[in-house]
Design a protein around this ligand. Structure first.
Ligand SMILES: [Zn+2]
Length: 251
């Protein structure tokens, strides 16, 4: 098989592999994107949960403080009732008033903490719902990937084997060039030449539509074991069998 045909064969199989794989890739990309979103939501939920725990713990600490102050106030009030002098009574009264002021501050701080905990709790619930909804999206996307996989998986593997076999007779250098072009042009490493005017020998590159020099066209026809590339876009050129036959017939 001449090099040009080997390359075209390889190209055609590669195109089929790419088309089949693109569905699978698209499904996988969609799944990955949904999964990333879910991970972010879960991370945010974990952080919120931590903040909520901190706020609740703080409120509970303040509650203990308030209880301790209350206990102290009660104790001092009892002492006031059994005070034996005005001086003792006044001193206890000052202390109780100071304790009441302290208690009021602790109560305010506790209320603030509880309010914060309530807000965080509501946020955590809303976020939890988002996590749940997002988990469903991930599950659906995963199902789509599985479906695509079972649908094209085996066929894709067979086709890849076939394509790789078709590439074997082609030298490494040429295959590297092909792969590089394939990467650049998203699989379109080769371009078919298209006839504009046979009498004037006008042919264009099917990839970039540039008019090709006559020598390129001649080389394509007469040197099937050589690569002829478009001078403008570098794609490897090929001639359809119909055009080749009709050109051969007209000579
Ligand atoms: Zn071109």
């Amino acid at each position: 098989m001449p090099l040009q045909d080997q390359l075209y064969n390889y190209f055609e199989l590669d195109q089929r592999v790419r088309a089949m794989r693109s569905r699978l890739d698209a499904a996988t990309r969609r799944k990955d994107a949904q999964q990333r979103k879910l991970d972010q939501l879960k991370q945010a939920a974990a952080e919120l949960d931590q903040q909520l725990k901190t706020a609740k713990a703080h409120a509970s600490t303040l509650q203990s403080e308030a209880d301790a102050i209350d206990e102290r106030i009660n104790t001092q009030r009892d002492k006031m009732n059994s005070a034996t002098s005005n001086k003792e009574y006044s001193a206890l009264l000052v202390e109780v008033n100071t304790l009441k002021a302290d208690k009021s501050k602790v109560d305010d701080a506790q209320l603030e903490s509880l309010t914060k905990a309530d807000i965080l709790d509501a946020e955590a619930k809303a976020l939890g719902e988002k996590v749940e909804a997002q988990s469903k999206l991930v599950a659906n996307a995963t199902k789509e990937v599985d479906e695509a996989q079972s649908e094209v998986g085996d066929k894709l593997k067979e086709l890849e084997v076939e394509r790789d076999a078709a590439g074997e007779p082609i030298s490494d250098d040429i295959r590297k060039t092909f792969d590089r072009l394939s990467h650049t042009y998203d699989g379109e490493a080769m371009a078919e030449i298209s006839e504009q005017d046979r009498r004037r020998m006008e042919y264009t590159c099917g990839g970039c539509y540039t008019l090709l020099p006559v020598e390129s066209v001649n080389a394509l026809i007469t040197k099937p074991d050589q690569i002829t590339a478009c001078g403008t876009c570098n794609r490897i050129l090929y001639v359809s069998s119909e055009l080749r036959e009709s050109l051969a017939a007209s000579k």
